[in-house]
Design a protein around this ligand. Structure first.
Ligand code: BG6
Length: 495
């Protein structure tokens, strides 16, 4: 239920994430009248600006990041009126009493839900929480929100979780994986469990394999400082792709509750077959984009993108900007069914998609149909064109015998629902305010995902082979195609 009042504090309040995602999301919810009436938004950063200076920055941010038709002057003023700014350094103790005074100095301070959003570097998560405890603003209604990356391996993830866990109980900790807030990702659960016809087919009995692709056309942009220490496996696979895999593979929970969906996802992560060093060599591919020609025109290589002021002198990076791998969920439902995952930057198209490829019909009964592939495929498109497409085989119209032709049943959400799909952050931030953690990653999930990813990181770190170069604007290195060809399969590209 919605609280009466909320103080929403954003550490990193002038940063890119705050201006691009968090504040526009709060604006939309405010526009629709969904924020608690008495909500204040407190931006915290090291910038020496006052409330008005912050309002000006946020106004500019909203004007840049929101579509003009969504900018309602009254709603913008209302949101700006909620804003405050405090200049303080998460690393040092200075200035923290200001936050204490601001949070305590309001009507009904003791009944206000305090949200602390840590949109800062992960090394500051623990220290920031410790300061919040010191200034005595963490009560049982308080919540903390963390962005990924939560650690860079299992041990560091545990450290972060321990440090935050010193101050907040697990029920108060909201770890964001923004993929879980996407409408089409939530719809995956509904598609699977609110329809009867799919579920009986959803197993190794009828499914040949599953493909999960998150392809981006953007490069590393200005995030080289972070990205070069992370790479695609940590940045995308450990979280977004494994979460998608969990939603595809999980067992039906008895109801959609705060713990039981997460319990089922955890079981999937725990059932992932651990990868031995030989498995890593055989079943994973890492790539790095080279200069190439994209729809935007020619673009530089990853190394050249890195050569900004922050990372100058480190152009010979072995960081991967592309990963393809083969995983297996070792349980009754999925034994023997490969899950092929791939993600990359500077690929030829932007698409996030899950493809479930069913087995061929057991018997080819139509004359001339031997050897013709008629396997059904269900494409679940997460973005950019949210929808679903079921590939079937039909008879080509005509009097002369039976000729088989591929056809598709298409569902486009934009056509089916005449309403704006809210951004992932809108849903997730409201869930934080309401105190509903269902769509957030629990500590055990994050750590199970790291446990599975770690042997890959370790093997790659030891390998004398550098990531394979692929020209920007292409589907990634050839080895990714070969990974499937070896198994007699191919990546299903959306047409
Ligand atoms: C983020 C990654 O979590 O997800 C980025 O850090 C990536 O590198 C982004 O670009 C992709 O998100 P979306 O919603 O644009 O698919």
């Amino acid at each position: 239920t919605l609280p009466q009042a909320c103080d929403f504090t954003v550490f990193g309040g002038t940063g890119d994430l705050a201006l691009r995602k968090i504040l526009p999301a709060l604006y939309h919810r405010d526009l629709e009248g969904h924020l608690p009436p008495d909500t204040r938004i407190i931006g915290v950063s090291r910038s020496e600006i006052d409330d008005d200076g912050y309002r000006a920055e946020v106004r500019a941010g909203l004007e840049t990041h929101l579509a003009p038709e969504h900018l309602d002057p009254d709603a913008v003023e209302r949101l700006l009126g909620r804003l405050h700014h405090l200049c303080l350094d998460s690393g040092s103790g200075e200035g923290w009493h200001l936050l204490h005074d601001l949070l305590k100095d309001r009507p009904h301070a003791d009944e206000t839900v305090r949200v602390f959003y840590l949109a800062v570097a992960p090394r500051l998560f623990g220290p920031t929480c410790a300061r919040l405890a010191e200034i005595d603003v963490v009560d049982e209604r308080a919540r903390v929100v963390m962005e990924k990356p939560i650690g860079h391996d299992l041990a560091s993830a545990r450290e972060v979780n321990d440090a935050v866990g010193e101050v907040f109980e697990e029920r108060q900790i909201f770890r964001i994986d923004h993929y879980l807030g996407k409408e089409s990702v939530q719809n995956l659960l509904v598609t699977r469990f609110a329809n009867t016809f799919l579920e009986p087919l959803w197993s190794s009995r009828w499914v040949d394999h599953v493909q999960i692709t998150v392809a981006e056309t953007v490069g590393v942009g200005s995030r080289g400082g972070y990205y070069d220490h992370a790479g695609a496996l940590r940045d995308m696979v450990q979280n977004h792709l494994l979460q998608l895999l969990c939603l595809v593979a999980m067992e039906p929970p008895t109801y959609v509750g705060r713990e039981n969906v997460r319990d089922e996802k955890l079981k999937v992560l725990q059932a992932l077959k651990p990868l031995s060093p030989e498995d890593v060599d055989r079943d994973t591919v890492r790539g790095q984009y080279a200069a190439g020609l994209t729809a935007e025109g020619p673009v530089p290589s990853y190394a050249d993108d890195l050569a900004g002021p922050e990372t100058a002198g480190a152009p010979d990076s072995w960081t991967e900007t592309f990963v393809a791998l083969k995983a297996e969920v070792r349980n009754w439902r999925w034994a023997g069914v490969p899950f092929y995952l791939r993600t990359g930057k500077r690929m030829d198209r932007r698409v996030s998609e899950i493809v479930v490829v069913f087995k061929e019909p057991p018997h080819a009964m139509f004359p001339g149909s031997e050897g013709v592939t008629t396997a059904n495929r269900l494409h679940i498109c997460v973005q950019p064109d949210e929808g679903m497409r079921l590939h079937l085989t039909a008879k080509e119209p005509g009097p002369g015998g039976i000729r088989l032709r591929p056809v598709s049943l298409d569902l486009s959400y934009a056509d089916a629902f005449d309403q704006r799909s809210p951004e992932a952050y809108e849903r997730l931030l409201m869930d934080v305010i309401r105190g509903n953690p269902t769509l957030f990653m629990r500590r055990d999930e994050v750590e199970a995902a790291w446990s599975w990813v770690e042997p890959v990181l370790a093997r790659w770190a030891d390998s004398p082979e550098r990531p394979r170069r692929y020209p920007a604007g292409t589907p990634g290195p050839y080895a990714a195609a070969a990974l499937l060809e070896r198994d007699g399969r191919a990546w299903q590209e959306t047409d």
